[in-house]
Design a protein around this ligand. Sequence first.
Ligand code: COA
Length: 153
Amino acid sequence: MMKIRKLNQNESPPWDVLSLADPSRIIVEEYVKNGIIFVGEASSEVIGVYVLKETHKVVVEIMNIAIREPYQNKGLGKQLILHAIQEASKQGYARLEIGTGNSSIHQLKLYQQCGFRIEGIDFDYFLRNYDEPIYENGLLCRDMIRLGYTFES
Ligand code: COA
């Protein structure tokens, strides 16, 4: 069982878990500064993480989401996404957004299963922002697929 809680200000972010979703430490440090970090723990080990950051008065974004490798594909990523949806709604936001690579096939499936809809494409985002090329599922990761979840008002 994984328990999800907000990370306290005096605790250091789980950089190793965060790096699974984002290879750029510089980019991660930037959004961690202004974001709220949630960790998923099992037997007091951090096995998952997500970061929420306000991008507009009524919009919040999942900037990073990851589950440690041995714990993947057991429904824990879905548990984090559903928690983020609840948290964003509780905090009164109108929308929750997430972006992922064109090559992140499983993530695209997972986010849509959780109720997100594809809303746009940030063309060449990964080519512009990352020094090293990223390959996944036999595809070059170049475009960011933008997805959104709108709360009923
Ligand atoms: N292969 C096949 N299906 C996969 C999959 C994989 N590698 N990863 C997720 N899925 C599918 C599952 O089939 C499942 O669908 P189902 O409910 O129909 O069975 C659904 O996605 C939920 O999977 P879940 O077990 O909750 O995913 P997870 O615990 O592995 O977490 C991530 C998903 C993306 C957080 C996790 O794989 C991860 O940390 N990846 C590395 C970091 C990353 O890519 N982060 C996202 C950046 S945008």
